[in-house]
Design a protein around this ligand. Structure first.
Ligand code: ATP
Ligand code: MG
Length: 621
């Protein structure tokens, strides 16, 4: 089928389109209405239908492939590998559901999950889904303050946690952080369920803290039927990364999310039941929710949960997993691939990767060098996909399951089915012509699977994301983009990464792209820094491929002069050997900017390596 026809049907007759897609999942009660859009921008999908995420991810597959692997938890931190078949997962999830019920968790209650990448974290998520509790997974790397603000926002009845995570062989105790967060929070959870991995000592709070092993022993044979939920009841809350400010609690539904994931697993990730999917993200991020836990399982695939670094015990570790488990589809982030590119290629080459059919990358712009390198190493298509915590599944990509359309270097692809993507000129509010830069927006209603609202704050949802445009409403992604004549989009950076130099509005990403076109620059971050005279000036921090090649600050400036004009020329170009990034690969521009302006870098608890901030500080001296 031509993708263009598939797409057209999804936006012209969305109700017919999504009615068909809804058949990809099991419903306990059929829906009476595909879409209720009587109160824009709020969209209600599959109204009246009853279903359950855990049923579709687990129970559904027990009958036909109960003994096939469902969850494979690999840790190179603790040197453990545990594989659970669908039937075994079914048993574990029911035990967890029973434990939660025993601790007083009821349908609609929030359960905050602050866990390392261990199988129990997935059990906990699926158990919540099973009984209709709303999970809020908080990335295990967050420190007490960030955790406390999420506790206060979600007001969980139960927190599930563990003694420790582990990074590079060193235990990272969670319990002291958790205790501090709870003491900082004004809303206190009644119960805390703790998995003891034996990595760090734990002090238990009498009457509140519960030992998982002991409680589990009392529920080994538990049978907990799924709670059927109306499609629009909430399934979870997940906070955005907070790259651009205060994190927003994205709330998602049940039925729309299940259908969107089933559709994307089929049309984008081409996953087949019985095959193995490997997403290298973390359950604390949206990729972890959609494509470590729910998506692959809903498609009947085995999913790999990996705790550890991509280069330990050696840089071949991911490819040894691909080889051992015959992974067919892999999902990672450009930042991880850049790390691998710096390693000796033998580690990667010695493994048999012939099972792999495609690599999907998302989370940040995919540069051409990284993309071409990994494509030639793996010999499989590299499929960029652009989306957000808010949308839950790709907005832009190439749906290889529909048509084997070509990818274009530097572009995540075309608008995905269901998304009426518009580029809007910020000044005039008009739709952009081909090759004209605008803000990437989506005309309402958002397709199934996207956020329902900001948790507990409908007004913030409406005010933050939506603008009226004639008869319709537009959702803003807050990203800049252009579209070429073939309908391929190119993401040019975030709208608030714009700097204002003497009245000229410049995108930091455009300047970055210009600088990386210098043959000796491998990566760069550009930020706007306050300047008395010009309002703001651009300042660049660049990583050189070869520090001894004699590249000068002026050489880099000259490239920008030539390509964008002197107005875009950074006031300074500093050379560093690493840039501050979150562990999910996002550049901490706000922190760099703050340091440049002599302010505190803010919350950097998810930073990959704090030494990168010191480099920025030192460069400025
Ligand atoms: P916050 O919204 O709190 O500032 P965040 O936007 O970093 O946090 P996410 O939802 O994890 O949180 O990230 C989504 C953003 O990541 C997108 O809006 C876009 O800027 C960027 N992004 C994601 N995928 C791609 C991609 N394939 N190409 C370019 N940019 C991407
Ligand atoms: Mg965002």
């Amino acid at each position: 089928m031509k993708y263009a026809d598939f797409y057209q049907r999804s936006v012209v007759t969305p109700e017919d389109f999504w009615r068909d897609e809804a058949a990809l999942i099991d419903w306990n009660t059929p829906f009476s209405q595909v879409l209720d859009y009587s109160r824009p921008p709020f969209a209600r999908w599959f109204v009246g239908g009853k279903t359950n995420l855990c049923h579709n991810a687990v129970d559904r597959w027990c009958a036909t492939q109960g003994d096939k692997p469902a969850l494979i938890a690999i840790s190179t931190e603790t040197n453990t590998e545990r594989s659970y078949s669908f039937s075994e997962l079914h048993v574990e999830v029911q035990r967890w559901a029973a434990m939660m019920q025993a601790l007083g968790v009821r349908k609609g209650d929030r359960v905050l999950i602050y866990m390392p990448m261990i199988a129990e974290a997935a059990f906990a998520m699926l158990a919540c889904a099973r009984i209709g509790a709303v999970h809020s997974v908080v990335f295990g790397g967050f420190a007490a303050n960030s955790l406390a603000s999420r506790i206060d926002d979600a007001k969980p009845a139960l927190i599930v946690s563990a003694d420790a995570g582990s990074r590079n062989g060193k235990p990272i105790p969670y319990k002291p952080l958790l205790d501090e967060a709870i003491s900082l929070a004004s809303s206190k959870p009644a119960r805390v369920l703790l998995v003891d991995r034996g990595l760090a000592p734990m002090r238990r709070v009498e009457g509140r803290d519960v030992d998982y092993a002991a409680l589990n022993a009392a529920h080994l044979a538990a049978q907990v039927p799924v709670t059927w939920l109306e499609s629009n009841e909430p399934s979870y809350i997940l906070y955005t990364s907070g790259t651009t400010g205060k994190p927003k609690g994205v709330q998602r539904d049940v039925g729309g999310y299940a259908v969107a994931l089933a559709a994307s697993m089929k049309h984008n990730f081409c996953g087949k039941a019985g095959e193995t999917f490997f997403a290298t993200s973390d359950i604390g991020w949206v990729v972890g929710h959609s494509y470590i836990v729910y998506g692959p399982l809903i498609a009947g695939m085995a999913t790999i949960m990996y705790e550890g670094l991509p280069i330990c015990p050696d840089p071949g570790i991911w490819w040894s997993i691909v080889e051992k488990y015959r992974v067919t589809r892999m999902f990672s982030a450009p930042t991880a691939i850049r790390v691998l590119r710096k390693q000796q290629p033998e580690y990667m080459r010695k493994h048999d990767k012939s099972s792999l059919k495609a690599l999907y990358l998302a989370g940040e712009p995919l540069d051409e060098t990284t993309s071409s390198w990994i494509a030639s190493e793996l010999g499989v298509p590299i499929i960029d996909n652009y989306w957000q915590t808010e949308t839950g599944w790709p907005i832009l990509s190439i749906a290889k399951g529909i048509e084997d359309a070509p990818t274009k270097l530097g572009s995540p692809g075309v608008a995905m089915y269901g998304y009426k993507v518009k580029l809007i000129n910020e000044t005039t509010g008009d739709a952009c012509a081909a090759n004209e830069k605008g803000v990437v927006m989506i005309e309402g209603p958002l397709p199934p699977g996207c956020m329902q609202t900001v948790y507990g704050d409908d007004a913030r949802f409406v005010d933050t994301y939506w603008t009226r445009n004639g008869d319709s409403v537009l959702y803003s992604t807050f990203d800049w983009g252009v579209r070429d004549a073939d309908g391929y989009y190119f993401i040019l950076g975030r709208t608030d990464d714009v700097i204002n130099v003497a009245g000229h509005r410049l995108g930091t990403r455009e300047i970055e792209e210009s600088i990386t076109s210098h043959p000796n620059v491998s990566e760069v971050a550009v930020v706007g820094v306050e300047d008395k005279l010009k309002g703001q000036v651009a300042v660049a921090f660049a990583i050189l491929k070869d520090a001894n090649a004699g590249t000068l600050e002026q050489d880099v400036m000259a490239v920008v002069d030539r390509q964008l004009g002197a107005v875009a020329r950074p006031a300074r170009v500093y050379f560093v050997t690493q840039l501050p990034k979150t562990r999910s690969g996002k550049l901490l521009r706000r922190s760099i900017q703050a340091i440049c302006e002599g302010r505190s870098p803010g919350d950097v608890t998810t930073i990959e390596d704090p030494a990168s901030l010191q480099q920025i500080q030192r460069a400025l001296l």
